[in-house]
Design a protein around this ligand. Structure first.
Ligand code: SF4
Length: 361
C-alpha cells in the first residue's frame, strides 16, 4: 500500500535516497553484512546465475529467517558464508561477506579453517548424509572440539558427551553409530556438532525438512532453547512460514538470487508489501475459508541460466508493467527503516499504488 507511506527512499535512481543493506539500524551490533553478493556457476551447459546482488545483514543475538522457493539461492548463499562454494564451477563475481568487520572473501583458506566450525557453523538439511557412517557419534563431535579448542582426545570426548546430554541424547549411547539412531536423533547429533564450539553464527539450512512433523516440533523447540542458552545468532533457511513465525526475529524473502523484501517478523507477517511475499502468504491454505481451489502463484521461478531482464518476478507478477520488464527495481526503505522492499510500485514508479491482499493474508 504505497499510498500510505509517509517516507520512502529508493536506490534505483527513481527517487533520491541511500542504498541500505537489508537489516536493522543498529550497526554497533552488526555481526554479518553481505553486500552485493554475486555468485555464478560456470558449467558446460552455460552460466547459472545463482545469487544476483544479494544484501543481507544480521545483528548479534538475532535470528533471521531466509525464506524462498527451491532454487532461490538460499543454500548457495549459506555455502558462500561458510566458504564452501566449489570453484570451479562456482565463482564469486562481486560483493563482500563482512563478518565481525572482516571480509571473509579476502581471507586465506588457513584462516577460514579456524572460523568454519568454530565461529560459524552450519546444520545441513539432511542428517542422514551429514554424519560419517563409520565413526561413533561421540567421536564425530569430539573431532570438532579437538580441532578447534586445542584439547586432547580424552577431554574432547568428555566435552562431546556433555554436548550429547545437552541435545538430550543419553551418554550411554555415545559410542553408537549413526545408523543406530532415528532421524530426529541424528539431527540432534548434527546440532551438537554445530554447537560444540559455541559459534557466534549458526546457519540452519532447512534443519527439519527431512524429519516427520512431531519430531520437527521437538527439534525446533530444542534449537530455540539452545540458541538462547549459547547466545548464538542464527540464519534459519526455510520455505516454511510456520517455522519462521516460531523461531525468527527478522525475515528476508529471497527470489531468483535476490532479497525481494525484508523486515521484522511483524513487518512481513502483518504488513507484507511485495507482490511475491503477498502471493506466498496467499498460498498458505486458510482452514477457516471454504474454497474449491487453493491459490497459487502462477508460473515457475525463472531459469537461472536465462533470467529475465528487469524485475526477476515480472513474468509471474500480476502488476508487471513495461518498466518492470526493462529495469530491475531498487530498494525502497519503508517507514521504520527496517522494512525494505524491491518493487517499482513502492518506489512510486508505477500507476498501481496498492496491491490486493485478498489472497488469505
Ligand atoms: Fe511486480 Fe513490477 Fe514490482 Fe516486480 S517491480 S514485483 S514486476 S510490480
Amino acid at each position: 500500500m504505497a499510498g500510505k507511506n509517509k517516507k520512502q527512499t529508493t536506490d534505483n535512481g527513481l527517487a533520491a535516497g541511500p542504498a541500505v543493506a537489508v537489516g536493522g539500524p543498529d550497526d554497533k551490533n552488526e555481526l554479518l553484512n553481505i553486500k552485493g553478493l554475486v555468485i555464478k556457476f560456470h558449467t558446460d551447459d552455460g552460466i547459472v546465475s545463482a545469487v544476483n546482488g544479494l544484501d543481507l545483514k544480521l545483528n548479534a543475538g538475532e535470528t533471521l529467517g531466509l525464506v524462498g522457493e527451491t532454487g532461490a539461492g538460499k543454500t548457495t548463499t549459506a555455502l558462500a558464508i561458510m566458504g564452501l562454494i566449489d570453484s570451479p564451477p562456482g565463482r564469486i563475481h562481486d560483493g563482500g561477506i563482512v563478518y565481525k568487520g572482516r571480509d571473509l572473501l579476502e581471507i586465506k583458506e588457513e584462516e577460514y579453517l579456524k572460523i568454519r566450525g568454530k565461529e560459524i557453523s552450519m546444520i545441513f538439511q539432511d542428517p542422514m548424509t551429514a554424519l560419517n557412517p563409520v565413526m561413533t557419534v561421540v567421536d564425530q563431535i569430539a573431532e570438532v572440539i579437538e580441532n578447534h579448542q586445542g584439547v586432547d582426545g580424552r577431554e574432547a570426548e568428555k566435552r562431546a558427551t556433555e554436548m550429547l546430554k545437552i541435545v538430550r541424547i543419553p551418554p550411554e549411547r555415545a559410542h553408537e553409530y549413526p545408523h543406530q539412531f532415528s532421524g530426529g536423533m541424528k539431527q540432534r547429533v548434527v546440532i551438537a556438532i554445530a554447537l560444540a564450539c559455541n559459534p557466534s553464527l549458526l546457519i540452519a539450512d532447512e534443519p527439519t525438512t527431512a524429519l516427520d512433523v512431531t519430531i520437527q516440533a521437538q527439534v525446533l523447540e530444542m534449537m530455540k532453547d539452545l540458541r538462547k542458552e549459547f547466545n548464538t545468532s542464527m540464519i534459519m533457511i526455510t520455505h516454511d512460514f510456520g517455522i519462521v513465525a516460531e523461531t525468527c526475529d527478522r525475515v528476508a524473502i529471497m527470489y531468483a538470487g535476490e532479497i525481494m523484501e525484508s523486515g521484522t517478523l511483524r513487518d512481513i507477517f502483518k504488513d507484507a508489501r511485495h507482490p511475491y511475499t503477498i502471493g506466498l502468504f496467499g498460498a498458505i491454505p486458510n482452514l477457516e475459508v471454504e474454497t474449491e481451489y487453493l491459490y497459487q502463484i502462477e508460473g515457475l521461478m525463472p531459469d537461472p541460466m536465462e533470467l529475465p531482464t528487469g524485475c526477476p518476478f515480472s513474468p509471474r507478477c500480476a502488476y508487471a508493467e513495461e518498466l518492470c520488464r526493462k529495469e530491475g527495481p531498487g530498494k525502497t526503505v519503508l517507514p521504520g527503516e527496517d522494512h525494505i522492499v524491491k518493487c517499482h510500485i513502492h518506489a512510486g514508479a508505477l500507476e498501481t499504488k496498492e496491491i490486493r491482499r485478498d489472497m488469505g493474508i
